[in-house]
Design a protein around this ligand. Structure first.
Ligand code: CP
Ligand code: NVA
Length: 313
């Protein structure tokens, strides 16, 4: 098996990995997916345990990591926010030192990105970012795999992201430019992605010969694209802004009319959960449901590749 040797590395920021490493992880995902589909036994995580910590809800991440770990022959243990709140009963330093003595991998979903980075500083085992307010790297590895599986390539394709310039959008900027996809982001004024992430993506794009465009014109963002991606307008933790955001994001719904501006053969993707009728119309969702559900399935295959590549030998 073409396991990628990233032994001992945290998986927190896509920026920490070279294009070659990300590309090798995607190739390895093909291999693992085919083994899972053929019901082959995989035991590379035998006797290994992962602790998963959530301070936000999850369906896909929780199941795809837990079942993925089991399919690799290992075990997963879930801690929820009602059992431990990072940094509350004791310091992140103490929690990281203790938890990492019980297990081989730690996965964290939380609010502040700096909490995951702090945790990793003190952890004795690799730490995986399973979504912070800043980024969602595991989602984007599954997205890029899904795109390669569908189009047979990544380089030269154009992905448009419309809606809120959030965590998923930030990771798409980093992942797409690293692998040579053009990325066009269409967001309302004031809802642009993270400025530092845009700067890094623009520099990477120069190197890789692709483009990064950030615009407030949703039609411009979508035209000529091969993949249109959208996500909820109010992310977890922003629920109180929902009403205000519904107004601000009017016109940014991925409708059939907007989707018709894309290239022939274009697909729509969504990380899910989706709020149909808000960021995506029911019609466009249904036309693309097969791609979107496959994208969700691919979370498991992509994360199996990540987990087995970063675990310490
Ligand atoms: N896409 C995603 O991360 O889904 P969950 O929030 O259900 O884990
Ligand atoms: N942007 C969304 C992604 C959910 C997977 C959120 O943070 O809630």
């Amino acid at each position: 098996m073409k396991k990628v040797n990233l032994s001992g590395r945290d998986f927190i920021n896509l920026e920490d990995f070279t294009s070659e490493e990300l590309s090798a992880l995607i190739d390895y995902t093909f291999e693992l997916k085919s083994k899972v589909k053929n019901k082959e036994e995989i035991d590379i995580m035998k006797n290994r345990t992962m602790v998963m910590y959530f301070s936000k809800p999850s369906l896909r991440t929780r199941l795809s990591f837990e079942i993925g770990m089991k399919k690799l022959g290992g075990d997963a243990f879930v801690l929820k926010q009602d059992e431990i709140i990072l940094g509350h009963r004791e310091s992140i330093e103490d929690s990281a030192n203790v938890i990492s003595r019980y297990c081989d991998l730690i996965m964290i979903r939380t609010f502040a990105h700096s909490d995951v980075e702090d945790f990793a500083k003190y952890s004795k085992v690799p730490v995986i970012n399973a979504l912070t307010d800043l980024s969602h790297p595991c989602q984007v590895m599954a997205d890029l795999f899904t795109i390669k599986e569908h189009f047979g390539k990544l380089k030269g394709l154009t992905l448009s992201y419309i809606g809120d310039g959030n965590n998923v959008c930030n990771s798409l900027l980093t992942g797409c430019t690293s692998l040579g996809l053009n990325i066009k982001v269409g967001v309302p004024k004031g809802y642009e992605p993270d400025a530092k992430t845009i700067e890094i993506a623009k520099n990477t794009a120069k190197d890789k010969g692709c483009i990064v465009e950030i615009t407030n014109d949703v039609k411009e963002a979508v035209s000529g694209s091969d993949i249109v991606y959208t996500d909820v307008w109010a992310s977890m933790g922003q629920e109180s802004e929902k009403k205000e955001r519904l107004n601000i994001f009017k016109g940014f719904t991925l409708t059939k009319e907007l989707f018709s501006l894309t290239n022939k053969g274009a697909i729509a993707l969504h990380c899910l959960p989706a709020h149909k009728g808000e960021e995506i119309s029911e019609e466009v969702f249904n036309m693309n449901a097969e791609y979107i559900y496959t994208e969700a399935e691919n979370r498991m295959h992509a994360q199996m590749a990540i987990m087995s590549s970063i675990i310490k030998e």
